[in-house]
Design a protein around this ligand. Structure first.
Ligand code: HXC
Ligand code: NAP
Length: 275
């Protein structure tokens, strides 16, 4: 259900939202919710076909859309993407740092470069985007949303790289909120739970165990990309104008009982993946 069910349809009219990793999954869901509320949207990622397909979906909401190919690990490419989006759809009011990588790997088998790959995409990539967006956000008095994960505060099996990266993101968010409040820039994190139909859930869980996964979620369902898009719309809106430095968990309560189910099923998934 898009946020237009509950918010004024022109809530973000005249505003621009840039979503890193916006070509698929949760991030595309977030981008769609902003587009449905009137925002111009820019997305970046590494796969042109994915970005083009996403742009076509976003344009169906009748807003301006900019597509830029950029790897968030490459700050020069990101700077160029932000300049392109500024020229095509206007200065950024909202930056969503959503680009991420994930795979299951036992810590003792994960290579240093495997650890680095995820930290580079998630944490360093989010800093690169934050840093490069400063001038535009300072101009618009905008806000930043980081897409975190439960691994940031609850250890999950075979996720040492992701836990470190996402915990780093949440602490970085708090530092940015502390430092950039004086410019009128807000920063908050969203922690999605298991979101249906996403690459992340596919990589981390066994579809045959879906009933068990759901039984461990207090609200007894997986989330949707729109669940996250609605939280994003709220946090970026004037309704949340006094909220900064917050980690907002939207997971149906999944992390409340602990990560035991992920820990047991992940082993099975890993075994199947490794043949
Ligand atoms: C162990 C692995 C591995 C695996 C890669 N590596 N996959 N190690 N198990 N399955 C290691 C490689 O061997 C290499 O180390 C290093 O990681 C870099 O690999 P590359 O393939 O060169 O990396 P790159 O091309 O940069 O790709 C990054 C990636 C990839 C993260 C590895 O999977 C990716 O691009 N993912 C993007 C999409 C994605 O992951 N979406 C899900 C996000 S969900 P060596 O030592 O060999 O050089 C999420 C949270 C979900 O983040 C939470 C759900 C509840
Ligand atoms: P996804 O569809 O794979 O989203 C990740 C996006 O980031 C992809 O579009 C990917 O596109 C892009 N990306 C990856 N590496 C990049 C790089 N180096 N530079 C630029 N873009 C890059 O997976 P998802 O599951 O929807 O995850 C989206 C976000 O939600 C992530 O931050 C993830 O950690 C978070 N999350 C997901 C879940 C879940 O249940 N799925 C739960 C908690 C948190 P390219 O590969 O084409 O670049």
């Amino acid at each position: 259900m898009l946020a237009t069910q509950y918010f004024a349809k022109d809530l973000f009219k005249g505003k621009t939202v840039f979503v890193t990793g916006g070509g698929s999954g949760i991030n595309l869901g977030v981008a769609k919710n902003f587009a449905a509320l009137g925002a111009n949207v820019a997305i970046c990622g590494r796969t042109q076909e994915k970005l083009d397909a996403a742009a076509a979906e976003l344009r169906s909401f009748g807003t301006e859309v900019c597509v830029a190919s950029a790897d968030v690990r490459d700050s020069a490419a990101l700077e160029a993407a932000f300049e392109k989006s500024r020229a095509e759809v206007g200065a950024m009011d909202v930056l969503v740092c959503g680009a991420a990588g994930n795979f299951l790997a036992p810590a003792e088998k994960l290579s240093p470069n495997g650890f680095k790959a995820v930290v580079d995409i998630d944490l360093l990539g989010s800093f690169n985007a934050t840093h490069s967006a400063f001038e535009q956000l300072n101009e618009t008095k905008g806000s930043i949303l980081y897409i975190s994960a439960g691994m940031a505060y609850m250890p999950h099996a075979f996720q040492v790289h992701v836990g470190a990266a996402k915990a780093g993101i949440d602490m970085m968010m708090k530092n940015i909120a502390l430092e950039w409040g004086r410019f009128g820039i807000r920063a908050n994190s969203i922690v999605p739970g298991p979101i249906e139909g996403t690459e992340g859930l596919k990589r981390l869980s066994d579809p045959a165990e879906k009933a068990r996964l759901i039984s461990a979620v207090p609200l007894r369902r997986t989330g949707t990309a729109d669940d996250i898009g609605q939280v994003a719309a709220f946090l970026a809106s004037p309704l949340a104008s006094y909220m900064t430095g917050c980690v907002v968990v939207c997971d149906g309560g999944q992390n409340l009982p602990g990560s035991a189910l992920f820990n047991t099923t992940a082993e099975q998934v890993l075994r199947a993946q490794q043949g």
